[in-house]
Design a protein around this ligand. Structure first.
Ligand code: NAD
Length: 514
């Protein structure tokens, strides 16, 4: 087999074999069922390698091991836990290009974006190292004399991480790096569409915990389909389930975890818009909209799906965007001259085609029509043309997240109307306004402005930094991961009151004397 991008060499460096065991508690890999998951690259349709699917028995052994590991890990001082996470970050630096290549080949995003994903993992490790010395609680003044009151944060236990295919490694690391410094142990179920990226990460991390004499079970990997995710969601031994994926999945996970009064952290679908006002710097606006709409072939939760454009600049935006789309080069994501890679699989292609049929049926007009590419270089059948349609915000298909590069153009007259359109979808992840007018920008950011978890000015909707809390409102699930104080989701808060006086006064002055 030809290997122009050096995939075999990278797989070798990462320790990926043709057949891989799929469950691991660290450096130990558990043999499970005899069924395998076949990881096919959407870039060229080739089988990359296969991974053993895990069953309920493997799940049970991992949970037992994780429970034992938690007993020890929670007592390791947080700054020492941070030191181990620092080493994980350093190990990722060493394999950045190999892991970035695997992510690109297995998931289909460009090599640059694969590298960016690994960089995000490194960044969150650095963030977590600093955080390991900053897990602050507040102190309060007690109303009772001779009393001291404060709060402290303790680890939760096993954090279940269910991840989506489109960020096969970064989203896991956002959760895991923070959870580890918080003193939790992790059980990761990667997407069944990108299992090898999960195996590669476990191979890197497991060795580092072992080197420090830590027990098996602090970093656990389980390969399986939604059934393993269901086990995690229903299991009271998993106090927090952090699930990234579709809103459909999030509703099921949220319900199952809620029924047992566990905690869920949900990072679900988006339907993100950029408002382009008549005061926009159109060079920036077009570039932001272009990358937002077609980056990762429209398969980011933060992909720009709607462009809400003021009527005075609408025609110019439309023609400049159509021009930019016509220059896009579609092809193998590992080839750096290409801008747009494939969709993840044939189901995604079907979803794309159905959305195009629907927008046309609802009255949408093609500015740049879509289509599936075939012929040399497109053998996987997963390459599609990024498309633009003029549409209305209320169209059923516009209200829906289609995980593909389809951009809807919507015209507006006044800014309040544009903000109302931006907010009139069930999802609430990312949003942006392009304007040089301070009043417009501030109106968009005000309490009466965007209702999303992310609201940007003169930046597109995708490409968040790890320092901010990431996540969205409404059907996006309400979870926050990554920076700011997102770490609090991985810990339990305890309020402590200490009486150092010689009496026992009751709060609120209540008398209870005998
Ligand atoms: P998906 O919902 O099909 O699968 C995501 C994960 O959930 C997979 O690991 C899958 O096995 C698991 N799963 C599916 N059903 C489950 C169930 N009933 N119980 C437990 N686990 C279950 O999503 P996908 O196609 O992999 O990813 C695309 C979606 O993810 C898009 O909607 C995208 O917007 C969203 N996403 C959101 C964010 C965010 O941070 N908000 C980030 C990345 C992706």
């Amino acid at each position: 087999m030809q290997d122009p991008f050096g995939i075999s060499e990278s797989l070798k460096h990462l320790g990926i074999k043709q057949e891989n065991l799929g469950s691991s508690t660290g450096v130990n890999w558990l043999k499970s069922s005899e069924s395998y998951l076949y990881s096919l690259s959407p870039a060229d349709g080739q089988l990359i390698a296969k991974v053993q699917l895990s069953d309920a028995d493997a799940y049970e052994s991992i949970i037992s091991q994780a429970q034992i590991a938690f007993e020890k890990w929670r007592l390791v001082p947080a700054p020492q836990r941070g030191e181990i996470v620092r080493e994980i970050g350093n190990a990722l630096r060493e394999v950045k290009s190999d892991l970035g290549k695997l992510v690109s080949y297995e998931m289909g995003k460009s090599y640059q974006e694969g590298l960016g994903e690994v960089q995000e993992m490194i960044d969150i490790c650095d963030f977590a190292v600093g955080l390991s010395r900053q897990l602050y609680g507040l102190t309060m003044h007690s109303e009772r004399p001779g009393h001291r009151m404060y709060e402290q944060w303790h680890p939760l236990g096993i954090v279940g991480i269910i991840s989506a295919f489109n960020f096969p490694v970064a989203v896991w690391s956002w959760n895991a790096a923070l959870a580890w410094v918080c003193g939790d142990v992790c059980l990761w179920k990667p997407s069944e569409k990108a299992p090898l990226s999960g195996v590669a990460c476990q191979l890197i991390v497991g060795k580092i915990f072992a080197k420090h004499g830590m027990p098996e079970g602090i970093s656990n990997l389980i390969i399986g389909d939604y059934k393993i995710g269901e086990l995690m969601s229903h299991d009271p031994r998993v106090p927090l389930v952090s699930a990234t994926g579709s809103t459909r999945m999030g509703k099921l996970v949220g319900k199952a975890v809620g029924e047992r009064l566990g905690r869920s952290l949900l990072e679900l679908g988006g339907n993100n818009a950029i408002i382009i006002t008549e005061n926009a710097d159109l060079d920036i606006a077009i570039r932001g909209a272009l990358f937002g709409a077609v980056g990762t072939a429209g398969q980011r939760c933060t992909t720009t799906r709607r462009l809400i454009v003021q009527e005075n600049v609408y025609e110019e935006v439309k023609s400049r965007l159509a021009g930019a789309f016509s220059k896009l080069v579609i092809g193998n994501p590992l080839d750096e001259k290409n801008h747009v890679g494939p969709l993840i699989d044939q189901d995604a292609v079907k979803g794309y085609l159905t959305a195009i049929d629907k927008v046309k049926a609802e009255g949408g007009k093609a500015v740049v029509d879509g289509g599936v590419l075939s012929g040399e270089g497109f053998e996987s059948g997963c390459y599609v043309k990024p498309a633009i349609f003029e549409a209305e915000n209320h169209f059923e298909i516009v209200q829906h997240e289609t995980f593909a590069p389809i951009l809807y153009l919507i015209k507006y007259k006044t800014l309040p109307e544009a903000i109302a359109l931006q907010n009139s979808v069930p999802q609430g992840l990312s949003s942006a306004i392009m304007t040089m007018n301070m009043r417009e920008a501030e109106a968009f950011l005000s309490a009466a402005g965007s209702d999303c978890g992310i609201a940007n000015v003169n930046i597109g909707t995708s490409g968040a930094e790890i320092g901010g809390a990431f996540g969205g409102e409404k059907e996006t699930g309400g979870g926050r991961e990554s920076g700011s104080d997102a770490w609090k989701a991985y810990m339990r808060r305890q309020t402590n009151t200490i009486n150092y006086s010689t009496s026992l006064p009751l709060a609120q002055g209540i008398k209870f004397d005998i």
